[in-house]
Each structure stands twice: as C-alpha cells, then as structure tokens.
Ligand binder design. Structure first.
Ligand code: ARG
Ligand code: ZN
Ligand code: CA
Length: 249
C-alpha cells in the first residue's frame, strides 16, 4: 500500500436553467461520495468480494484558482446552449461552455445538461490537455443520500456516475472490457464478463463466472455499486505515481 494521494478538483457548473445551477451543497455531496468510494468508507461497502480495495485517493475542491486567488473550487457559467452531448463543447468558453483550469494541476469536472440519456463521459490519460477531465449530466451529479432539494434523477442519484467517470480518468476500462468474453478490462481480479449490467441482478453469470455487478465500472444502478478492486487500484495508482501520466496532479 502507498500513501494517500489528494487530487485538487474544480467543478464547472454550466447552466441554461436555474435548476441546472445546482447548489454548492449538491456539489459538496458529490465530493463526499467520491471520497467515500475511493477510500472504501461508503456505507454500502460489504464483504461479498474479498478483492475490494481502499484506493487511497482523496479529492479536495481547489482553494486557490489558477491566478493564485482564493476560490471555493466551483465555477458557474450561464449559457444559451440547452444540451451538450459528448462533443466537448462544454469545455470551451468560445462554444458557450467553460475553458478548463490548468489540467495538469486540477482535475476538471464539468456539469451540464448532456441530453440523450448520457450520464457522463471521461477522457483517458494521455489525451489532449485542453479537453482533459470528466463531464457529468447535471441530474447525475451529487447524492440524494446527503441532502435534500437536490436536482437528481433516480436510479442514478447516488453520485456513482462521477465515481465511474473518475475511474476512466484514472485509466480504468469498463468491467466487461467493452466486448465479449475474449475481451478483457486489463484487470485480473475482476471476473470476465461479456456485457454491461443494468439494474442490479443478484446472480448474473457470464463467461462461466459470477459477474461483479457491484463494481463502479459496470453500468448497474447507483445503489447497486459499491467497490473497486485491488487490481483496479494498481491500475489507477500507476498513472498517479512517479512516471505515470497523471503524476502532476
Ligand atoms: N454510461 C456512462 C459511461 O460509460 C456512465 C455509467 C454510470 N453508471 C451509473 N450507475 N451511474 O461513462
Ligand atoms: Zn464508462
Ligand atoms: Ca478482468
């Protein structure tokens, strides 16, 4: 096991309606979920899978902005754009979105109306610096377990979309490898699977073994998900430790 790694985060709230201009409390509820999930202090953690791991990564809203001024780590941008999809325009001020803060110093999170049933998307390590970070649909950012009056949409209202996207940001693939039984996620302690999971099936078996539907890198409902594995930890920490693509964070 290594040391705790703390990642500075900026959340860019990009809104077209008042409802999409979510409260600081809703943003904070998401940071809380991230910290619980990556430290395995989530209240729904259990002993079903012995390879479940504390990733020893923590997230902290930035306190200093790129100009050296104090900040709460949240930016707010009003836009005339009603829906973004995954074309990265939300990451560009010139397109009605919001330019990132230095992506080698901050994990940039954009929150806006994605439309089309898209919960979120992420950029893997090694991509273009100007678009680096994670994007979440407004009503999937934050947790209804940690406050009331939040703008959230069940069954994806427990903050696990952001946990999933940050998993991608730290180099994790989907648990089924985005293919059949012959396609891997490059993690040896996640059981082989041939398909994404929806809902929360108790005994989904594919490729001859029980699927880990509780893994954050599946597509199960938020309330179903509760772990990353030791193998996923090794993969994520490799990009954050010396020599890794995200060591500057
Ligand atoms: N579909 C999205 C992606 O592939 C996120 C899925 C998140 N699932 C959830 N239960 N919140 O990046
Ligand atoms: Zn994904
Ligand atoms: Ca695997």
């Amino acid at each position: 096991d290594g040391q705790i790694i703390t990642i500075p985060v900026v959340v860019h709230v990009v809104y077209n309606t008042a409802q999409q201009n979510i409260s600081d409390a809703q943003v904070l509820s998401q940071i809380e979920v991230l910290n619980e999930d990556f430290r395995r202090t989530n209240s729904d953690a259990n002993n079903k899978w012995s390879q479940a791991a504390d990733i020893q990564v923590e997230f902290k809203l930035a306190t200093i902005d790129p100009n050296g001024n104090p900040t709460n780590g949240i930016t707010r941008t009003s836009t005339s754009v009603t829906s973004w999809s995954s074309n990265d325009n939300i990451k560009r001020s010139s397109r009605g979105g919001k330019d990132p803060w230095n992506t080698s110093e901050y994990l940039n999170m954009w929150v806006g109306n994605l439309g089309g049933g898209l919960l979120g998307y992420a950029q893997f390590p090694g991509g273009n610096a100007s678009t680096d970070g994670v994007v979440m649909g407004t009503q999937f950012f934050g947790s209804s377990d940690k406050g009331s009056g939040f703008f959230l949409s069940a069954p994806f209202d427990k903050g696990r979309t952001t946990t999933h996207e940050v998993g991608h940001f730290l180099n994790l693939r989907h648990i089924w490898g985005d293919g059949g039984c012959g396609v891997d996620d490059f993690v040896s302690d996640t059981p082989n699977s041939d398909s994404p999971t929806s809902g929360c099936p108790g005994n989904k078996t594919t490729c001859g073994s029980l699927d880990m539907v509780e893994n954050y890198m599946d597509y199960s409902d938020d309330a179903c998900m509760n772990l990353f594995t030791q193998g996923q930890k090794n993969r994520m920490r490799a990009v954050l430790e010396s020599g890794g693509a995200r060591r500057s964070l």
